[in-house]
Write a protein that binds this ligand. Structure first.
Ligand code: PGA
Length: 244
């Protein structure tokens, strides 16, 4: 894993956006795997700037998102479909029909998961997957578990994740307890992975991912097995690591 240090969140966002913009410029019909959460918001802002001020076009780009809360309608203001529209898609020249977010209302999560993974294969697989990392080491909503789960699936969110995400809702009781998440197979099949980490609350998870054993109790550690992962992290997120 290549580790790129940023001095703060702003620098992290600029570097991440540059990495993604290069992918879009070099392969304009790329399939991008996209993430939600606080961390990529600055990256998306910068990508909007590339599009609006520097003429970077997303017209042929296809996107697949990592996850969606189970039971939230796409127009709910905390749904990840809403997040993506609001923070990126509505401000760039991407065609909405080329953007995919898991269906949080599916009645049959198993069949949906199979169809979502198949859709990713039919698109040609993910060229560049953007990831955040949870303070418990989750990637997408693959929570600490006894084993890694391969397909896109319905997952019960951990207490830790409910607490972390309560800040987006009026109270913790309103955080949906389940989500549909891409599993490890589609993530690990991505040709390139870019993972972002910002803030001291990510430091332990980042240390575990880089220096620990590969362990499904720290899901991001599976990335040690992927041949092309770049971590862009700020000083705080790297504060427990024994890097140079
Ligand atoms: P955050 O979430 O960017 O809001 O910290 C990251 C994650 O849970 O993957």
């Amino acid at each position: 894993m290549l580790v790129i240090r940023a001095k703060n969140y702003e620098e992290l966002s600029r570097k991440a956006a540059k990495y993604i913009a290069n992918q879009v410029e070099l392969k304009p019909n790329s399939v991008l795997g996209l993430a939600t959460g606080s961390t990529p918001v600055g990256t998306y802002k910068e990508l909007i700037r590339y599009c609006q001020e520097e003429g970077l076009s997303f017209r042929k780009i296809r996107t697949v998102n990592l996850d969606e809360y189970y039971g939230l309608r796409p127009d709910h203001e905390q749904s990840y479909r809403h997040f993506m529209d609001h923070n990126l898609f509505d401000h760039i020249d991407i065609l909405k029909e080329n953007t995919h977010v898991p269906d949080g209302l599916t009645q049959d999560p198993c069949a949906f998961g199979e169809a979502y993974d198949e859709m990713i294969s039919v698109l040609g697989g993910i060229d560049l997957q953007l990831l955040g990392i949870g303070s418990n080491g989750h990637i997408a909503f693959n929570e600490p578990n006894q084993h890694f789960v391969a397909p896109t699936h319905l997952v019960k969110l951990s207490e830790n994740t409910l607490e972390d995400n309560a800040r987006f809702f009026d109270s913790i009781d309103e955080v949906p307890p389940q989500a549909i998440t891409m599993g490890m197979r589609s993530i690990m099949r991505a040709r390139r992975i870019l993972i972002l980490a910002s803030g001291v609350n990510k430091a332990e998870a980042v240390k575990g991912m880089l220096e620990g054993e590969i362990d499904p109790m720290l899901p991001a550690s599976i990335l040690q097995l992927h041949p092309d992962v770049v971590l862009i992290a700020d000083n705080e997120a790297l504060s427990l690591c024994a890097l140079e």
